[in-house]
Design a protein around this ligand. Structure first.
Ligand code: XMP
Length: 506
């Protein structure tokens, strides 16, 4: 195990993630954990993360000076480097300017940390403070134009980096971290997703004991993996609940039921609340109002189910990126959309939270899901918003319009899969517009609905590029939709990226 002491950087969990790529197990703990706890973990190495503070400020976060005397290799990153300098008798000061972005690093002295990396390469910087004077017996091992102490070394195994090796913008960043864990900490590098799975199952069992767990599932990869993992851990002490809000896609509920119950052996309760949701949505056209009504109703329905199950834990498929997005100091300053996840349930339910995927990134959840034998359709399903088709029917939502959209959307997705494009696209869906267009069918005039097709490519869903589907595929989708879906006579293609558009239309 490598211990990552977190000084509040948005990248701390990226360090953990990179170490998993090196097949090394790590844990992230807040900087202020006791010396006893740190020692009890018996880490093979300690990484001090970056952070927004300044070491010389009154309220700055600090770790114990004694960790430098434990005989454990230490790597300080950004704030972590400054913490080393501060604790061991160097000087840190505000730089003349805040340095953010790429910088060219020059290695000035070979060391285990820079094994198999070139003598100059690009690194990612993000700091305002600088080490201005090194602690005794410490030497600089790399520099940039703005920073003479971009990497430092103190015998036998104390290292500090002013740049961030854990972000992908730093070339050879992974190699540097690998060098630290392999050549400096002498970790075995044999930790795999199987180990993660076994640990997670064991810790669910230990935490839950003989109590009962309930959790909402949507059919998306996160809730599915969380549900299957939990069911492997505690069998029928766990019950998954699928709330059908009537806003799901064609055959979605039956497919989710089949995959979870029959293929994965999860105990699943199906709750058909469609009529309740649709009734409450009557006359609601404002997107935020739709979200509010759907979110509130979901909580009411789920709460009732939870009460009748005497569960004491609530399972949620929260991933690490959800944790960052909702943390206050990084939160967006304006609300564009009140994204609520199916899982976003209030604390008043008096249930303890179980979040076994909290440390993982999306691709790791997919890897875990594959390992657990979950069908590919669930693992690679495009994300689907909690409010479902309600925010893809612009304006009034009713059964008839839902039927039109379901049919058009299923044709679109079917054709993308047939053309082997589904997995290349991050998210694709059809939208039903609140306008009618004139057309000609046979010899008669038609005046019918318009379907918009959306397809985007993105890594983080914060920004996205519209995806250029080959025109032959678009043509097929369009001709099938106007021919097969009653009430639609026109299909348009959305060629807007995010920003300025968002992925969903509402
Ligand atoms: P936008 O439209 O904001 O969407 O670019 C980014 C991602 O979030 C999904 N999305 C939602 N998910 N509840 C959800 O659970 C919501 O209200 C919601 N709105 C958007 C969207 O599908 C895309 O993946």
């Amino acid at each position: 195990t490598v211990l990552i002491l977190d000084f509040g950087s948005q990248y701390s969990h990226s360090i953990a993630r990179r170490l998993r790529e090196c097949k090394v197990h790590s844990i992230v703990l807040p900087f202020d954990r006791s010396l006893e706890e740190i020692k009890s973990i018996q880490p093979k190495g300690i990484i001090l993360s970056g952070g927004p503070g300044s070491v010389y400020e009154h309220s700055a976060p600090h770790t114990w000076k004694q960790i430098f005397e434990l005989g454990i290799p230490i790597l300080g990153i950004c704030y972590g480097l400054q913490e080393i300098a501060y604790q061991l008798g160097g000087q840190v000061a505000r730089g003349t300017k805040y340095e953010y972005g790429h910088a060219m690093l020059t290695v000035i002295e070979q060391s285990d940390l820079f094994r198999d990396v070139p003598s100059t390469f690009t690194v990612w910087m993000s700091h305002g403070d600088l080490v201005t004077e090194l602690p005794p017996s410490t030497v600089p091992i790399a520099k940039t134009d703005n920073c003479s102490f971009a990497a430092i070394y103190m015998k036998p195994y104390l290292y500090g980096l002013q740049f961030h090796p854990e972000v992908t913008h730093t070339e050879f960043g992974l190699q540097i971290l690998r060098n630290f864990v392999v050549h400096i900490c002498h970790c075995r590098c044999d930790w795999t997703m199987e180990d993660f799975s076994e640990n997670a199952i064991a810790s669910i069992r230990q935490r839950v004991g003989s109590a009962k767990v309930i959790g909402a599932v949507s059919g998306g990869v996160d809730s599915t993996v969380a549900a299957v993992l939990t069911s492997r851990a505690i069998g029928n002490q766990f019950e998954a609940v699928l709330v059908d809000n009537g806003l799901l896609r064609k055959d979605e509920a039956s497919q989710v039921i089949h995959r979870l119950r029959d293929t994965c052996g999860v105990q699943l309760r199906y709750v058909d609340a469609a009529s309740r949701f649709l009734q409450l949505l009557q006359g609601v056209v404002d997107p935020e109002e739709k979200r509010k009504v759907i979110g509130k109703t979901f909580v009411e329905v789920f709460e009732k189910e939870a009460k009748s199950s005497d569960a004491s834990f609530l399972l949620q498929g929260t991933l690490y990126p959800d944790v960052i997005e909702s943390s206050s100091h990084l939160g967006p300053s304006v609300t564009i959309k009140t994204h609520h996840n199916v899982g976003g349930l209030p604390e008043k339910m008096n249930l303890k939270l179980l979040e076994p995927l909290r440390d993982l990134f999306k691709d790791e959840v997919r890897e875990l899901g594959t390992l657990l034998g979950i069908p590919e359709e669930s693992i690679y399903r495009h994300p689907f918003p909690g409010p479902g088709l309600a925010i893809r029917i612009i304006g009034q939502v009713d059964e008839q319009r839902l039927e039109i959209l379901r049919h058009a959307d299923s044709i679109y997705i079917e054709e993308l899969k047939r053309a082997n494009l589904y997995r290349c696209i991050s998210q694709a869906f059809a939208v039903l517009l609140p306008v009618k267009a004139v057309g000609v069918m046979g010899d008669s005039r038609s005046y019918e609905d318009v379907i918009a097709l959306r397809a985007v490519e993105t890594v983080d869903y914060m920004t996205a590029r519209w995806y250029s589907i080959p025109s032959s595929v678009l043509e097929r989708v369009s001709s099938r939709i106007v021919n097969e879906v009653n009430g639609v006579n026109r299909v348009v293609y959305d060629i807007t990226s995010k920003p300025p558009a968002t992925i969903e239309w509402e």
